[in-house]
Design a protein around this ligand. Structure first.
Ligand SMILES: C[S@@+](CC[C@H](N)C(=O)[O-])C[C@H]1O[C@@H](n2cnc3c(N)ncnc32)[C@H](O)[C@@H]1O
Length: 230
């Protein structure tokens, strides 16, 4: 375990097995060997230059779901590398299919708990950005401890950012948005890129789900902080 490890942790997800379509399974069998990175906790940290065969800013996405926004963003920024992490089988199949369909070469996929991926696999001070869009809100008070965005996690995440690197969060759950803003504001090494919540940057596409919510008058909150030079 690296020195940045926070050891045993409460999972921020519940693994729902099944419901993997034949197409998603095929995509995993066929394309994971090409675009997937198999997690290992005993092989040291990744070399992004080796994986992507180039030197480029690398953005990590945690919890990409079905992966459509990830793919749109990767198409918008061909000069950046994207490492997309999730644990959800159908989403893994779907994103692999999309990478192939769009002929993208700048996305790699890891199927594992992002907390462990950070602990063992990501070199410190290596990330140009981190995207966490609509993390599970765990609305019940007794489940709040499962929320990903908490001070120890964000402190750790910050250690993996380069100077000037950013963390971009989005949520449609107001009370979680307030917690996110509070947590990031408490991190000495991070600075808000604006006052309070950010406007949605053009690069983050509206999801179908978000569009529907917005029409019903529900809010969405973007939060973008940058790591300050020390
Ligand atoms: C509510 S979904 C949002 C998906 C997507 N970002 C979107 O906007 O549609 C949250 C996703 O985060 C994933 N997730 C939650 N905790 C995770 C963790 N510790 N490591 C990897 N993925 C995680 C879940 O499997 C799920 O796919």
């Amino acid at each position: 375990m690296s020195h940045l490890s926070i050891g045993q942790h409460i999972r921020s997800y519940v693994l729902r097995q099944g419901r993997l379509s034949a197409g998603q399974q095929r995509a995993i069998d066929q394309w994971f060997p090409k675009w997937g990175i198999v997690f290992a906790n005993d092989k040291g940290t990744l070399s992004f230059n080796e994986i992507f065969q180039r030197t480029a800013p690398t953005v990590l996405e945690i919890g990409f779901g079905m992966g459509e926004p990830t793919i749109k963003i990767a198409k918008t920024f061909p000069d950046k590398n994207f490492i997309a992490i999730d644990v959800h089988g159908p989403g893994i199949g779907n994103i692999l299919k999309l990478i192939e369909q769009e002929e993208l070469t700048n996305v790699r996929v890891i199927r594992h708990d992002a907390v462990e991926v950070l602990n063992h696999f990501i070199p410190p001070h290596s990330l140009a950005g981190v995207h966490i869009f609509f993390p599970d809100p765990w609305p019940k008070a007794r489940h709040h401890k499962r929320r990903l965005i908490q001070k120890p996690f964000i402190d750790k995440l910050t250690e993996y950012l380069e100077e000037g690197g950013y963390i971009h969060l989005a949520t449609d759950w107001q009370e979680y948005a307030e917690q996110m803003l509070d947590v990031l504001s408490q991190c000495d090494k991070l600075k808000n890129t604006t006052t309070g919540y950010s406007d949605r940057p053009d690069y983050r596409p509206l999801t179908k789900f978000e569009n529907r919510g917005l029409k019903l008058g529900h809010g969405v909150w973007d939060i973008i902080f940058r790591k300050e030079s020390q």
